[in-house]
Design a protein around this ligand. Structure first.
Ligand code: FPP
Length: 238
């Protein structure tokens, strides 16, 4: 008999898109070319989600630690993001995708931020896939921001300490109103969480691909979802 829980497709997939730099250096190209190829793989992942029926896709596009990379690389990533937002916005809109972003977005350059806000506003009434970009994102920073917001509410008397539970805490994270990821994909064979969605990934299934992100195509994405379908998720139960 088919177990429907095992057959189900993931509602929310999160991806650590790793290996752009290695993809480029293996080809004798500058790192920014790896990121450019990585942006193409993003397009494929979005398409695959639409085809499979995944509801939420969260991509680790720029971490809070990435600000420490050499200035030209940071600038190249911001330009790439702006270009992606400009050129892909129409495409995304047509596919009924809603764009969202999480992270300390106020740290982004003004031009990038404006472009991001524009596409978020333009796609806000779409009800297909939610494409959530983690930008200037760090999970520890997110948890600190949530804790500060909760502390302020307790201080003002709007909330009591006893009321704080999983749901209240989750609702103060940047991912408020988004279900936790069911599946985490990380490329380039690294087995780390790298400060990504530490709270939200508590019960996620993890799929590690040896491929660098620019080489992670639709077939690879489908294979990850197929493997997920056969995982036995117990959530701590027997
Ligand atoms: C990790 O590879 C990747 C990043 C830090 C940036 C991810 C960005 C993109 C995929 C493109 C832009 C995104 C969008 C949404 C348009 P790495 O540079 O750490 O690779 P390495 O470990 O091989 O050096």
């Amino acid at each position: 008999m088919t177990d429907p829980a095992r057959e189900s497709i993931p509602r929310h997939i999160a991806i650590i898109m790793d290996g752009n730099g290695r993809w480029a250096s293996e080809r004798g190209l500058p790192r920014k070319e790896g990121h450019r190829a990585g942006a193409e793989a993003v397009r494929e992942a979005v398409e695959a989600c639409n085809e499979i029926g995944v509801r939420y896709l969260t991509l680790y596009a720029f971490s809070s630690e990435n600000w420490n990379r050499p200035k030209p690389e940071v600038a190249a990533l911001m330009t790439l993001l702006e270009r992606f937002l400009k050129t892909k916005a129409k495409e995304i809109g047509k596919k009924n995708v809603q764009l969202k972003a999480i992270g300390r977005l106020d740290m982004l350059p003004e031009r990038t931020r404006n472009q991001l806000d524009k596409v978020i506003a333009e796609t806000s009434s779409n009800d297909g896939l939610t494409l959530n970009l983690a930008l200037s994102y760090g999970s520890r920073e997110e948890i600190i921001d949530a804790t500060k917001a909760l502390a302020k509410e307790v201080q003002s008397g709007a909330l009591s300490v006893e009321e704080i539970d999983h749901d209240i805490f989750s609702s103060h994270l940047y991912t408020n109103n988004t279900p936790d990821p069911d599946l985490l994909i990380r490329t380039s064979g690294e087995f780390r969480l790298s400060n990504f969605l530490l709270w939200q990934l508590s019960y996620a299934e993890i799929f590690i691909s040896p491929k660098n992100w620019p080489d992670f195509h639709k077939d690879d994405f489908r294979a990850a979802v197929e493997e997920y379908k056969h995982r036995n998720r117990r959530f701590g139960k027997v």
